[in-house]
Design a protein around this ligand. Structure first.
Ligand code: TXA
Ligand code: MG
Length: 339
């Protein structure tokens, strides 16, 4: 089982050397931890798919340290790409562009487009900069979890999901908790009208205001966006999203159904009155969630991974409001609860 290394400059430069040698490096970004490989080396990219158990036709995002390198990966750099990159990079935004011919099929899943992003986490940026000197400077990285499982926002969650699937030459860099906590927003600029393929760390409103237009959200068919598979981001527990006023009744119903059986029930609750009621029940683990959508997003995957760690059988989640600032959180919750 591979152990995480604290990401000081020495560990980061070792990680860049390992990437140049074709090994895997899990590293922190501001959104979630990524499982990185040299994005221009198809054999190295294949190791990502093997470790995650991810189907080969699911494209991965390329990470770069500067806009020039992002431009070099696309055959076309539309003015909207310039606008969005200037406004939000480094940061939690991925642009889908027409691919340059040297981008490997292993990265794009054989599609004619490529996803590119410049992350803002200082460890990710220094890794990319070191790797620009030692290698291609382009790091392919999906989230560092087994395919279909919850994304990691802490090094310990990477170890739990992938620790036994990484080789002795691979590395996990520990850069603390990810600040944003949900994945990047994906904007497709590859054909005509810009589209949001996945809500995420940058809000729809912020993107619309930079582009000066309203965007409709398209739910694409898998596997263009693997996060669009219904059951993605799923904890092992049977997960239910429940309206605040129905949560207690649902809990009691579940307990009645499970009578006698040793079942672990975990509840994620925002409402403080509800939390107080749950505190009086000694056979339920309840975890408090923030009423602030950004703090909620920061905590969400950590709590879902905690539920896995507690070997929860059932996870009851109080559903947040359906307003625009909760879009990315509601998207992930819906998928976590999909069967
Ligand atoms: O925040 C993030 O984006 C994180 C960090 C590590 O950067 N990465 C991440 O990667 O979430 P992953 O592989 O778990 O999700 C990337 C999504 C997938 O749903 C994939 O299908 C989509 O991006 N994607 C990548 N390239 C694409 C392309 N050319 N066209 C459409 N979707 C693409
Ligand atoms: Mg993922």
């Amino acid at each position: 089982m591979i152990r995480p290394q604290v990401s000081n400059p020495c560990a980061v430069s070792t990680a860049a050397e390992l990437l140049a040698l074709g090994h895997l490096v899990a590293f922190p970004t501001e959104t979630v931890y990524g499982l990185g490989a040299d994005g221009l080396n198809p054999k190295a990219v294949a190791k990502i798919f093997a470790a995650k158990g991810r189907p080969a036709d699911h494209p991965v995002i390329l990470h770069v340290a500067d806009i020039d390198r992002a431009r070099s990966l696309a055959s076309d750099w539309p003015s909207n790409a310039e606008k969005l990159a200037t406004a939000f990079w480094p940061g939690p935004l991925t642009l889908i562009l027409r691919r340059a011919s040297h981008v490997p099929d292993a990265v794009t899943g054989g599609q004619d487009t490529v996803g590119v992003r410049m992350p803002s986490h200082p460890v990710a940026l220094s890794l990319l900069k070191d790797f620009s000197t030692l290698g291609s400077g382009v790091v392919a990285a999906p989230s560092a979890n087994r395919f279909g499982a919850v994304s990691p926002t802490r090094a310990l969650d990477v170890v739990a999901s992938l620790g036994d699937r990484l080789g002795p030459q691979d590395m996990i860099l520990d850069g603390g908790d990810c600040a944003v906590g949900v994945e990047s927003t994906i904007v497709d600029l590859s054909s005509g009208e810009p589209k949001i393929l996945r809500p995420g760390g940058i809000s729809r409103e912020a993107i619309e205001s930079v582009l000066g237009m309203r965007l409709s959200q398209t739910v694409t068919d898998a596997p263009r966006v693997s996060g669009s598979l219904e059951s993605h981001y799923a904890p092992r527990a049977t997960t239910m999203l429940v309206a605040p006023h129905e949560l207690l009744a649902r809990l009691h119903g579940l307990q009645a159904d499970q009578q006698g059986a040793e079942r672990r029930i975990v509840c994620l609750v925002m409402n403080t009155d509800l939390a107080r009621e749950l505190s009086s029940l000694n056979d339920v683990i309840w975890l408090p969630m923030s009423a602030d959508p950004q703090i909620y997003a920061h905590d969400l995957y950590a709590r879902l991974n905690d539920a896995d760690r507690f070997s929860a059988d059932f996870l009851l989640i109080e559903s947040p409001p359906q307003t625009v600032e909760w879009e990315a959180v509601n998207d992930r919750l819906k998928r976590a609860a999909a069967v």
